[in-house]
Design a protein around this ligand. Structure first.
Ligand code: SF4
Ligand code: SF3
Length: 541
């Protein structure tokens, strides 16, 4: 196996003997085979599209399957193998259609390989189609192909979440096929691939836009909401991940049963949505970010549902009370569709739950674009009066590396006349800090999940318009943390929007070659984080 798609990759170069994430070599190569199959399928979809042939559900399937290969999503070899087989069957059906209509389907391994009958055979096939070694391919081409593939994985995750809430866009699906097929196209050079990478950022903005519409039209615009961080006596369910439809279903099924529902990780922003906060048993937030789940899930005395990333290998202490749904999977852990969530309710009822009240702390969530822009006038006045000197967007993923304490330090050391917008799970390093307010405007504004980067972009664009300047001229700096491929897609979106001087950490992606990095630095001013003090000084001076 060789995998270097996430920030915690072994030695900062690549996982070769098993993933730092817990992905065994067998699953890693099956995922390689699935990505390979999806590339061949995408090329076939493009050929069918050119002939005006119906590709019957290619878009939804592609994003669902690609999502399964994102970091910390699906570790179940049987489900990855099933997706490989489905992908090849769909591709072959489409090839037949093309032939039947007098066309010529594309040729090559990815377009015609037959999945082996056994798991061992599939693993062998996967070993042959992994990421090429540096020696066998131009490093910059490899880097851009992988950057495009990982960006597409992020797009797929958001498009799949939006699809679940009934929002789809053929332009998003179409580009997933264009992009995946392009990674097989030997004729594409660095400039072509760079163009596709930025196009991926544009499409990701659209994917986040339809997801934002799906969330706000289904559950209303988030409103500032106090969320307890403690617990109260009663049976309990913990919902982690990003999928609001799943927590809604859990809330609906558990209503009136004496069960409290707690959010974990990226589910925290659920509390701000009117359509979800109307359930009085959506009680509080338990724990922090994904990398602390072993400790936090083990201590949670109720049922646990993982809706999307990031799952880690379940520990024995809670393996009998955790469930997965949607794209997520772990072998041996019950995987439920939404129709069978009653199993989660039954499990919660069979467990002791919390016996006492704990903790008095709380945090405020719900500062999406609607809430922030409703006070845009006051923000503008505060900036003009010199009360707000600068805005920081300190957002992105969390992870286990010690270098991530930079973000906590950055927020703690940011001067009192600065405002911090945050989003995604990286915020758990500072989300409960009392930073006070500036004339009633809280200094720490939680915009939401990682996909709510869309909301942050809208806020920045509206502020730029109000000031009559471009986003790059605003007193705003982006200090981002990345871990998995949704963050890659968001970074590409920001680059597509022409946003410059982004600081990125805790380390730069291993899959970005020196040549590609050079372009990102020269054309976009992208820079690595250094120390909180030095970066604050550089920005504010
Ligand atoms: Fe390693 Fe990350 Fe790949 Fe897991 S997803 S195998 S940790 S690079
Ligand atoms: Fe976090 Fe996995 Fe990226 Fe949604 S939950 S941001 S890492």
């Amino acid at each position: 196996m060789f995998c270097f798609q996430c920030e915690q990759t072994a030695k900062g170069t690549g996982c070769e003997k098993g993933g730092v994430c817990g992905k065994p070599p067998e699953v890693a190569v099956l995922q390689d085979l699935l990505v390979h199959a999806l590339k061949g399928y995408s090329g076939t979809v493009l050929a069918a599209r050119r002939m005006g042939l119906d590709d019957s559900g290619a878009g939804p399937f592609t994003v669902r399957a690609l999502f399964a290969t994102l970091t910390n999503v699906n570790f179940d070899p049987a489900r990855i193998a099933a997706l490989v087989r489905e992908c090849a069957a769909r591709r072959d059906a489409l090839r037949e259609k093309i032939l039947g209509a007098g066309g010529t389907p594309p040729e090559g391994k990815a377009f015609s390989f037959a999945p082996a009958d056994t798991m061992e055979g599939l693993v062998r096939q996967g070993e042959e189609v992994g990421i090429p070694t540096a020696a066998s391919l131009d490093l910059n081409i490899r880097s851009l192909r992988e950057l495009l593939t990982y960006g597409l994985k992020g797009v797929a995750a958001y498009a799949d979440n939006a699809r679940i809430l009934g929002r789809e866009d053929d332009a998003v699906y179409g580009f997933c096929h264009d992009g995946l097929a392009a990674t097989l196209d030997e004729s594409l050079g660095v400039p072509d691939l760079l163009g596709l990478v930025l196009k991926c950022g544009e499409i990701n903005l659209r994917a986040m836009e339809i997801l934002d519409a799906a969330h706000t039209e289904t559950y209303g615009h988030p409103v500032p909401t106090r969320v307890p961080l403690g617990t109260r006596p009663g049976k309990a369910i913990l919902v982690s991940g990003h999928d609001l439809k799943d927590i809604e279903e859990i809330l609906r099924l558990s209503a009136g049963k004496g069960i409290d529902v707690y959010t974990h990780g990226e589910m925290l922003p659920a509390h701000g949505y009117p359509g979800l906060k109307k359930y009085p048993h959506l009680y509080g937030h338990y724990g922090t970010a994904w990398q602390n789940q072993h400790r936090e899930f083990a201590a949670f005395p109720g049922a646990i549902l993982m809706t999307t990333n990031c799952i880690q290998k379940p520990r024995e202490e809670y393996a009998d009370r955790i469930f997965t749904t949607g794209a997520v999977g772990w072998p041996g852990i019950p995987h439920l569709d939404r129709e069978s969530f009653s199993a989660v309710i039954d499990k919660a009822l069979s467990l002791p739950g919390f016996t006492e009240e704990t903790g008095e702390k709380s945090v405020t969530v719900g500062f999406g674009r609607n809430a922030v822009l409703s006070v845009a006038g006051a923000v503008l006045e505060a900036v003009k009066a010199g009360k707000i000197r600068h805005f920081f967007l300190v957002g992105g993923c969390d992870g286990a590396r010690p270098g991530r304490s930079y973000y906590t330090e950055f927020v703690e050391k940011a001067p009192a006349d600065t405002v911090i917008l945050t989003l995604a799970c990286g915020k758990f390093r500072f989300f409960d800090r009392e930073l006070g307010d500036i004339g009633g405007i809280p200094r720490l504004l939680d915009v939401g999940q990682c996909n709510d980067a869309y909301s942050a972009v809208k806020i920045a664009q509206a502020l730029a318009e109000a000031f009559g300047v471009g986003v790059n001229e605003l007193p705003l700096s982006l200090v981002l943390s990345w871990y998995e491929q949704k963050a890659v897609a968001i970074l590409l979106t920001l680059l597509h929007l022409g946003i410059r001087n982004i600081r990125l950490g805790p380390s730069l992606p291993a899959f970005v070659s020196p040549g590609v990095l050079d372009v990102l630095v020269k054309d976009f001013g992208l820079m690595p984080i250094t120390t909180a003090e030095a970066d604050l000084a550089a920005i504010l001076n």
